[in-house]
Ligand binder design. Structure first.
Ligand SMILES: Cc1ncc(COP(=O)(O)O)c(C=O)c1O
Length: 418
């Protein structure tokens, strides 16, 4: 692929240059059509059985995007009280929200209980706490199916070395705690990890998980978690996650489970975050300097690790397009370069030893696939206000969906010293 933003018409009826002069940099830009299309795909993963996709809002918690997920008929996952509050604000009804926390306080659990939001308990201790707070209540438990998956060890959330879920050998203890507090375990959930393009480990986990599910009676829901990957190497034409073959194999495992089920078929669920929003977001930034350092070339931008943490946190790969005079610079005459941000850390690198077209000071750097775990993981490190977010709407017009943070916003938390 020559240019993702040009081939998808990503910026609608406005150019990147105009966006940057209107809103400044760094700037998150989203494309509503792409996001809706991806949300529709995840809603169709299982068609043979009752099925619901929950949008995992940790990937992108912009209010406008949450409203789009709601309009698209998705349910939603929350990882914290803040996320539950935001989903309620976006119009999600309580029975369309699933709270999937780990290691939370009484207060946070109580918020979910008071709002009649289904909670997943991630340990026997938390199940016990839930029982004390809500005797006779109904809940989900997160099971570790023993197999994990993901693009980096930091995003593998099941298997032998993880803080998440209740281990298979402790499943009987779930029933003991449930009996003690008269709890109904109406759901079980898993999440094996994030950004897998090879579905094998996930399908293996599903098989294990459904075998564990056999021990539970009258489940209303079984939730398989998220994690579907997206092609981050898209300019090199990396293959997409093969949804059709995935659906076939996933459904076959559900067929086996349903065949041995003694009772009503539960609602099957999933929790995709990244797949819904990653490709629908880019970051525009300005190249403020280029230089050579001991034989290595650097392009210094304003897209630091405060704006996009993933490369620093996980060594994640994001394609970068260089935009100049309203066009993507052709990918010939490539040279090896490091693309950095403006944060005072040597790990503040967007791309290491990357082959990119020749970059000049003043160019616009456009970081692809930044719609997931981009803004939601951003910070004000080095006292840099967080970026603005703009949506290219269905009609091709741009709309500010989160204003740029100001210095006043940042300083407003200090108690007045006068
Ligand atoms: C419990 C849970 N569900 C869903 C997700 C979403 O994962 P992804 O964005 O990879 O689909 C995560 C992400 O880590 C998670 O922890």
């Amino acid at each position: 692929m020559r240019s993702y933003v040009e081939e998808t018409g990503f910026f609608g009826s406005i150019t990147a240059e105009e966006l940057v002069s209107k809103y400044g940099t760094p700037l998150y830009v989203y494309n509503e059509n792409i996001i809706r299309e991806r949300m529709r795909e995840v809603a169709r993963v299982i068609t043979k059985y009752p099925y619901r996709a929950n949008y995992s809002m940790k990937a992108n918690s912009n209010l406008t995007i949450l409203k789009i997920a709601h309009e698209e008929g998705l349910n939603a996952d929350a990882m914290s009280e803040g996320e539950m509050r935001l989903l309620l604000k976006a119009g999600f009804e309580n029975d369309r929200i699933f709270f999937v926390p780990n290691n939370v306080s009484d207060e946070e659990l109580q918020f979910a209980i008071d709002h009649d939001i289904m909670v997943s308990l991630d340990s026997l201790d938390q199940l016990e706490l839930f029982g004390k707070l809500n005797r006779g209540g109904k809940c989900s438990v997160r099971i570790n199916p023993g197999v994990g998956a993901g693009h980096h060890e930091k995003v593998v959330t099941a298997g032998k070395k993880t803080k998440f879920g209740i281990a298979e050998e402790d499943v009987d203890k779930i029933f003991e705690v449930a009996a003690k507090y008269d709890l109904t375990i109406a759901e079980i959930n898993q999440h094996v990890g994030s950004q897998y393009l090879d579905p094998e480990p996930f399908l293996q986990a599903v098989e294990n998980f459904l075998r564990i599910a056999d021990k539970f009676k009258d489940l209303e829901y079984i939730d398989f978690g998220g994690g579907y990957g997206i092609p981050y190497h898209k300019l090199d034409d990396e293959a997409r996650f093969d949804m059709d073959s995935f659906t076939g194999r996933f459904t076959a495992l559900l067929d086996d489970y349903v065949a041995r089920l003694n009772g009503p078929i539960p609602l099957f669920k999933s929790e995709p975050g990244r797949y819904c929003v990653a490709e629908g977001g880019v970051i525009l930034g300005r190249v403020h300097a280029t230089k050579q350092n001991a034989g290595h070339k650097y392009a210094g931008t304003d897209i630091g690790m405060n704006v996009l943490a993933r490369p620093t946190l996980y060594d994640s790969y994001h394609e970068i397009e260089i935009l100049r005079n309203g066009k993507a610079v052709a990918r010939d005459n490539m040279e090896e370069i490091n693309v950095s941000g403006n944060i005072c850390e040597s790990g503040d690198l967007l791309a290491k030893d990357r082959l990119l077209p020749h970059i000049e000071t003043g160019d616009i750097a456009c970081v692809l696939d930044a719609g997931a775990y981009g803004y939601s993981m951003s910070s004000s490190y080095n006292t840099r206000p967080r970026a603005a977010e703009v949506m290219i709407c269905k009609d091709g017009n741009d709309r500010l969906i989160r204003r740029r943070e100001t210095y006043e916003d940042l300083f407003s938390l200090f108690p007045d010293e006068t």
